[in-house]
Design a protein around this ligand. Structure first.
Ligand code: NDP
Length: 483
């Protein structure tokens, strides 16, 4: 008898160890260079979205704590600004080096608290956070060169509110330029992801930054709203939803304080028929499934030239079938957990609305753990530009496919959005890429790649995606008074 053994080729589990992570059970507020209990004693747990288990208790800041942090920041600001730029730079270099030293631990904690795959927190979030501190350390003694040779002074005390999709990286985007320019800062991390900001506070302590130069005050939306309205803030920087950005803009109106808003997006990823299609498919996958699609510049509107639409959709669907969804700590995982139950509900509701409006939904088959928040990577076809899934930010692993016939139509459709954060162009023709890029209303445009970030390059939006730039010398300007 001919007996053959069938071999199933699959990945073995490759979980990252968590043994080296030493988290406290309870974190206080970081004010005046030390961790303190909140004045009203409020603590709330932070959860792992992949298991729904609590990780640690987190102090939430109330108004009295905010006032104390602003007072400490005000007291520290003059001396911090008076330091020669090269001395401030030494502190930033130290923070960058300490992030590198604790990179493994920070990556695991980012993944535990936020649900993103370890591969991404280890290879992207944490190295880029260190790179931002290195980059702005280099600018601290060259500020006027970064703003066209003009004289400048720091804004003063800045309030910074960051979201849950890139917790440590967004903190680095905000703190590094602010500190380089001689400001003191109060950082409010997102309710669901406070841990790496608190570890950064430990790093700041270890780097011996003067007390009061940085405060980290976790809390919820009410804490953010109170920070926005707090007396004594000279500038606010916010990354998050357009709705909250609007609320902040009206709250600061008439107060004479600086404001930068980095808001949502519905970015167009445009594939022309002359593109290298296999490469484009990799770019589409990276554009929308990176970080479960919780990315403000995600390529969530995919425009494909009609002549290659069937081929691209077929290749994309085939490639999506090989995405591995599940335990974010597993080094083979491509798509991790959705950040919170609320976000999962938002994604489910919008995708259901898309189906009701006539879009055809395909979600990949995947086994996900029994607990935690999961959403299978999803492809929506037969989408028309008026459908909600083509208009609203889904902020999840969902790509809406639309088609176009000519270059002019691609540009018109791509610009038909109230947002204008990013775009991708896939073509073999350099001149076409430049022509299309010049006509697109988007702050960041990638050619034959997507979701590439670099501390030397400016990032920011047009229209309802906000204003102000972060990264590179352009990122210094919002933190300086220029004369
Ligand atoms: P929010 O805009 O509510 O959250 C961003 C940050 O602002 C968080 O730190 C949040 O605190 C804080 N915040 C919330 N309300 C206020 C307020 N009134 N005043 C000041 N700060 C406030 O985003 P959500 O978490 O609610 O996500 C909703 C949608 O926003 C997503 O589905 C996505 O479409 C979009 N979004 C876009 C982001 C981007 O990078 N552009 C990032 C995050 C979300 P807390 O977390 O404690 O509520």
């Amino acid at each position: 008898m001919d007996v053959r053994t069938s071999i199933v080729w699959d990945y073995a589990p490759a979980p990252e160890s968590t043994d080296h992570v030493r988290l406290r059970d309870d974190y206080g507020l970081f004010i005046g260079g030390e961790f303190r209990a909140p004045q009203d004693g409020r603590h709330e747990p932070t959860f792992n979205p992949a298991t729904e288990e609590p990780i640690a208790q987190i102090a939430w800041a109330g108004e009295a704590d905010l006032r104390a942090a602003v007072a400490a920041a005000r007291e520290a600001q003059a001396a911090w600004a008076a330091l020669p730029g090269r001395e401030r730079a030494k502190y930033l270099f130290r923070i960058a080096r300490l992030i590198q030293e604790r990179a493994r631990e920070l990556a695991v904690v980012e993944t535990l608290d936020g649900g993103k795959p370890l591969r991404e927190s280890r290879d992207i979030d944490i190295p880029l956070a260190a790179a931002h501190f290195f980059h702005y350390a280099g600018w601290a003694d060259k500020l006027s060169y970064g703003i066209g040779g003009r004289a400048c002074a720091p804004m003063g005390v800045v309030g910074q509110i960051v979201p849950w999709n890139f917790p440590l990286l967004m903190a680095a985007w905000k703190l590094a330029p602010a500190l380089a320019c001689g400001n003191t800062a109060i950082l409010k991390p997102a309710e669901t992801t406070p841990l790496t900001a608190l570890l950064l506070a430990e790093i700041i302590q270890e780097a011996e930054l003067p007390a009061g130069v940085v405060a980290v005050l976790p809390g919820d939306g009410a804490t953010g709203a109170a920070l926005v309205r707090c007396e004594g803030i000279d500038k606010l920087a916010f990354t998050g939803s357009t709705a909250v950005g609007r609320d902040i803009q009206s709250a600061v109106a008439g107060r004479g304080i600086g404001l930068t808003l980095e808001l949502g997006g519905k970015s167009a990823n445009i594939v022309f028929e002359d593109a290298a299609l296999d490469q484009a498919v990799e770019g589409i996958v990276n554009g929308i499934f990176f970080n479960q699609g919780h990315v403000c510049c995600a390529g969530s509107r995919l425009f494909v030239q009609e002549s290659v639409a069937d081929e691209v959709v077929s290749k994309l669907w085939d490639r999506m079938g090989r995405l591995r969804v599940g335990d974010p700590l597993d080094k083979n995982t491509d798509v991790g957990a959705i950040n919170s139950a609320e976000q999962l509900q938002r994604i489910e509701a919008l995708v259901a609305a898309g189906e009701e409006e006539g879009a055809v939904r395909r979600s990949i088959a995947c086994d996900v753990p029994d607990r935690g928040y999961w959403f299978a990577p999803t492809l929506l076809t037969d989408v028309s530009p008026a459908h909600r899934v083509a208009v609203e930010e889904i902020f999840g692993p969902v790509v809406s496919v639309l088609t176009f016939r000519t270059q002019a139509e691609a540009i018109e459709k791509a610009n038909n959005s109230r947002y204008g954060l990013a775009a991708g162009i896939w073509t073999d023709k350099g001149a076409k890429a430049f022509e299309v890029a010049s006509a697109l209303q988007a702050g960041v445009i990638w050619q034959n790649t997507y979701n590439h970030f670099d501390p030397t390059a400016a990032f920011g939006g047009y229209k309802e995606s906000g204003f102000g730039r972060e990264g590179g010398p352009a990122g210094l300007r919002p933190y300086l008074r220029v004369s």
